[in-house]
Design a protein around this ligand. Sequence first.
Ligand SMILES: Cc1cc2nc3c(=O)[nH]c(=O)nc-3n(C[C@H](O)[C@H](O)[C@H](O)COP(=O)(O)O)c2cc1C
Length: 189
Amino acid sequence: MSKLLDAIRERRSDRHFAPNKPLEPEVVQTLLEAFRWAPSSNNRQPWRIVMASSPEAHRIFDDALSAGNKQWAPVAPLKLVIIGVPEEQPERNGTQNYLLDVGFAMENMMVQGYAMGLTIHAMAGWDYDKIVKGFNIPASAKPVALIAAGYRGRVEDLIEEVRAKDLKPRTRKTVGEFTYTDNYGAAFK
Ligand SMILES: Cc1cc2nc3c(=O)[nH]c(=O)nc-3n(C[C@H](O)[C@H](O)[C@H](O)COP(=O)(O)O)c2cc1C
């Protein structure tokens, strides 16, 4: 179990990918396997994935990226559009549970990828309309994140601006900053 915690803790969203090192089909399959075993409310699994394969699909993906993500993500060999289907998972208590479900599945994939020597980097910086149009996503399905993935490369090979992001120490809130005992806001004991 401690190995699992190590992978959870050490997984990181790096931006350096090994150039010219595609992911083997069995590696991609393992990532998808980790994704599909995520929990979801009522086991509804309200997710879809479009994987860019052709050069044209890669071009569409890259073109939709924000300026910041364009600096590093295009070289990633594996590019995924992660999609949720809201009508397959009704909202409850004001919470869009399909987003929770998709998030769990993404994290499964990200931790599994880390454990296999990959970087799986989720992105919120992209143009919604370009992704919908470029990948023919119907109105009932919502792209929620893009993923760029590949084997880890050398941070030295990044341009300075991006390298600085990857060299920044990773931090987290302490448990006491977000966990309360008995009442919201009360110190965690
Ligand atoms: C939903 C989501 C969207 C993100 N969007 C971007 C993004 O557009 N560009 C980027 O460089 N990093 C993005 N990140 C990576 C986060 O910045 C990163 O997870 C966070 O800084 C914590 O770092 P770590 O993943 O290395 O622990 C995203 C992460 C998540 C989960």
